[in-house]
Design a protein around this ligand. Structure first.
Ligand code: SF4
Ligand code: SF4
Length: 351
């Protein structure tokens, strides 16, 4: 294997829960243990919870070329986006140019994705990893691994399958068949689509993102300046593709969904239920929902069921706290976990 430069570099951009960290580890192991290459892998993420941003970095080098660099990958040969909604000001597309293979988990068209992600240039491999994972009884990350093998042009499918069988087979032997099928599906469905640098979107330089507040300047000894669930915070990039579907007819307003939901998605308002004044469930505000489906599990009347996000146009739901957004808000579209800068806002009513 001859690489054009010292290291062949892969950057995985994802959110917690989709398995990008594991996918990066498996890619690194495939190179070192099954292909006779030198390889390295590390990941960067915040709290280990579903929905937080995750980056994983993999480097390969031929034997004889040591990997001495251990910093984030600025100009990836392959860029893997686990969720199309990672698009935004956050630099998920940084460093991608005409030499980059860009793999995106999406059911949208190539043209739509180019505009959504503002792709300067590259070879786009769109894979509907969610649908393929569901069909093959595996996870999104396995499908993305198969697509990565195809896009690389040098990672043999059989070596990747061997690595996955050995790594996951010991602990989860029953998952192996589905995982291998998922990898093969990703490989077969990754079709290249060339994007030339035609000036439609600019090249984005990689820059280290600095936190506004860190350990040395955060007030009161350290707080998280990025809010979890707020009026404007958009957590939709946190979802793995599933959403809760609310059926008002079956709801008895017990409030269990609300007390279980980690992101306070359910909106209650004083109203009438069975002839009495009580708090009535209006339904979910999907802006904050990360699709964990805990509410589905706890609802005693099956008023909440699991749905495939892509089959619902949730942008049309009117259960939004949109009326609480004032001119004082300055929205930051940072892609995943966007946040808002604002004056303090006291919520008294949903009206
Ligand atoms: S848990 Fe089910 S029944 Fe109870 S308030 Fe929520 S949706 Fe309604
Ligand atoms: S799936 Fe249910 S519990 Fe999970 S974030 Fe969404 S509304 Fe809350």
């Amino acid at each position: 294997m001859k690489f054009e430069k010292n290291c062949y570099e892969i950057r995985l951009e994802s959110i917690g829960g989709l398995g990008a960290n594991l996918a990066g580890k498996i890619l690194g192991e495939t190179g070192a243990l099954y292909m006779g290459l030198n390889s390295s892998n590390f990941a960067s993420y915040g709290s280990e919870k579903r929905g937080s941003p995750v980056k994983s970095f993999v480097r390969f080098a031929e034997k004889g070329h040591e990997i001495r660099i251990n910093s984030p990958i600025e100009k990836p040969d392959i860029l893997i986006l686990f969720h199309e909604r990672l698009a935004g000001k956050a630099q998920v597309m940084a460093g991608a140019d005409e030499k980059t293979s860009i793999i995106v988990n999406s059911s949208e068209s190539n043209e739509f994705l180019r505009d959504r992600l503002k792709i300067y240039a590259g070879t786009l491999y769109k894979v509907d990893a969610l649908a393929l994972a569901a069909k093959n009884k595996t996870r999104v990350n396995m499908v993305m691994l198969g697509a990565a093998a195809k896009a690389s042009g040098f990672i043999p499918l059989d070596k990747l399958c061997e690595a996955v069988t050995d790594t996951l087979g010991k602990k989860y032997p029953l998952s192996v068949e589905g995982n291998i099928n998922g990898i093969k599906a990703g490989y077969d469905n990754a079709i290249p689509y060339e994007i030339k640098p035609d000036g439609k979107y600019p090249y984005i330089e990689y820059e280290e993102l600095k936190q506004d507040w860190g350990y040395d300047n955060a007030p009161i000894g350290g707080i998280n300046p990025i809010f979890g669930s707020t009026v404007t915070n958009d957590l939709t990039a946190s979802r793995e593709g599933y959403i809760p579907i609310f059926n008002k007819e079956l709801c008895i307003n017990c409030g269990l969904c609300s007390s279980t939901c980690p992101d306070m998605v359910y909106q209650f308002k004083e109203g009438e239920y069975k002839g009495k004044i009580s708090m009535v469930n209006l339904g979910p505000d999907y802006t904050h929902c990360k699709g964990c489906l805990r509410c589905v599990e706890v609802c005693p009347t099956k008023a909440i069921t699991e749905g495939n996000e892509r089959e619902y146009d949730i942008s049309k739901t009117d259960i939004k706290n949109i009326s609480l957004i004032t001119d004082n808000f300055k929205l930051e579209d940072t892609g995943q976990n966007s946040w808002v800068e604002s004056v303090s806002n006291t919520v008294n009513s949903l009206e």
